[in-house]
Design a protein. Sequence first.
Lengths: 399, 399
Amino acid sequence: MNKIEIEQASAASRARILRLLRIHGRLARIDLARLIGLSPATVSSITADLMKDGLVREVPGEEGQAGEGERARGRPKVLIDLVADAACVIAAKISINEIQLALGDFTGAVRAVETMHLGTREIAAEALIERLGEAIADFRARLTRGRGPCLGVGMALQGIVGKSSVLTWSPAFSLRDLPLVDPVAARVGLPVILINDANAIALAIHDRPAYAEIANLGVVMLGAGVGMGLILGGQLYTATSGAAAEFGHTKYHQGGPLCMCGKRGCIESYLADYAIHRDASTLFDLPGGEVQHPSEDQMRSIVARADQGDPRAVELYSQIGRVLGFGLGNLIALVSPDLVIVTGPGVRAWRHIESRMRRGLSDAVIGTLLANTRIEPMSWDEDLVFRGAFGQVLDRQPG
Amino acid sequence: MNKIEIEQASAASRARILRLLRIHGRLARIDLARLIGLSPATVSSITADLMKDGLVREVPGEEGQAGEGERARGRPKVLIDLVADAACVIAAKISINEIQLALGDFTGAVRAVETMHLGTREIAAEALIERLGEAIADFRARLTRGRGPCLGVGMALQGIVGKSSVLTWSPAFSLRDLPLVDPVAARVGLPVILINDANAIALAIHDRPAYAEIANLGVVMLGAGVGMGLILGGQLYTATSGAAAEFGHTKYHQGGPLCMCGKRGCIESYLADYAIHRDASTLFDLPGGEVQHPSEDQMRSIVARADQGDPRAVELYSQIGRVLGFGLGNLIALVSPDLVIVTGPGVRAWRHIESRMRRGLSDAVIGTLLANTRIEPMSWDEDLVFRGAFGQVLDRQPG
């Protein structure tokens, strides 16, 4: 290798070590070496550099946490950990009429979230870019002090993101084919990436050590819309166009309810928050509020009716389970993932959905095929869209 | 490289050259070198060995067929071609109550086909293996003389083939989880592979130079069943289990007609030959014949009614188009292939299916997504199942 190649290889190893620490948390050097496939001596040399740069630090290991090799040699237990405030990153999650900005630290943890309302559906492109740029610049000025350099902005939203980072279509906008990335980057003076929200979640989950080895993983996000991130052969599948895994726009019934995409009978038009709220409004006198993007409180008040045993609410969630089972049946027939994780705020009603969903699945698909796919809910304690967007920005850093 | 590594590399290059000649037909050495990424000298050395072994031969090039480099140097136009009778291969295509055996030559061309009837649906495992082994041995003894050594048998069938080459499920059998490969190989004394019929077709099509560069390709086979082979990222996608792309068992309507898989409303239960014949029997007094596996003549007689403008037949095919469009809509939403090829004997009625299929698609899926996928029929002049099965056996030869 010549000097440039050696520098490139070293930069790549630095980046991989930072990524491993972000995914696994603090690790002994010997375990880092095993995970990355380099000699302990090389890893020690790289971590020494990273320490000098203030990106990682040594921390005392607790009982049972040090690497096996280190224990065996009776050395003191020392682990390497990321310095959380070595750098920071911003995520912008754009939903219908709402923008959430989140601050992430160098470990990828969420440190602050702010929500602003913006009438996204009727906004013009220039106004959108100006408001978004202003909001991000203001958020950065107020919140990143003392948190190291800001590495970039990960924008995530429901909709179709083309390969060239153009926002092709989103239910949040009437705008189409919007080149969001470069104009926002120019305004905020930071690198900007754009990612579909469900893809961000799928990447955040596939990053976890427990799921990293699953070759074919589908992650369904139930919430404002119904999204999916699809990992095939260990990689995010984005088709040639950038737009794939539009699970929410597979069909339940051609003559079904109107979907935000403008077509009828998409499973999103039964399963998304706006759809559940629309159907619940038909059954109950609901208190006023947002109907296109109902709040978590609004949605929880519908779940509460089912919790209390109201048969109309129980039946409503049962119908939702049937539609979800039908959709998952098509996914399993076509792609047969090893695991499907159902997550997003919509899992709030899982207990009322699951049994009818599983019955729907076994009505639809032969057992031989069903047996290849596990289906698991994942509670929505943390907004994994932020995690995924942070991760995409942090992964692009040279270290 | 040590001696063993050099031999392995050389064997791999021999195999790749044979494969390129099978796919492209006769080629100049200079074009072979370009396609394979080796020096012309290395290619000349390997082709000399292959000539000595009687696997390839030189043939005079016609005008415009020699490689550009050779023309430029004013050399005589000499092409390298496979020796068709250097070796042969057998394919066994197993359908409901029917087995077809085909003989392929070293170029992968079909040289003979024989059809035998066998009550597959009620047969026991031992009897099936015995009859299949006998039939293949007899076919080989009668037909392969003078065609070089027989390299192996490619068995193709409708149904689910597991990763370990176990026949998991097929509508042709009531048997389940049948380890067909090893027992048949032991009986016939040849290597045997087992492949899903639609996967065989997809591989045969993706082998063609015109389609080889398409990263994400769906091939729908309409015929005795409705199958699909899915190429994703340039590779056949078979999930972890071996069973994927069961397009025929995605759903049109949960309360729909009974499918051979035992569930209701699979799109196969509207689109497969048995389904079209069942529905046509409801409308017309059809002549007697097979109902589970109707013949090509039986199926053509139904198409003929639509050709003649019988409004009931026209409406039947229009309904079929709607269901196909609906199914393709789900495929496009989930996988968004660059190209979907619709082929198999069922394309016989394409002219009566297509317009309603396209209308169904645009009813179902937003234009932004539809724009990423071309849909094309491919006429079923040749049984590509044989081509694909031959190719799988020939590709496994060390050359």
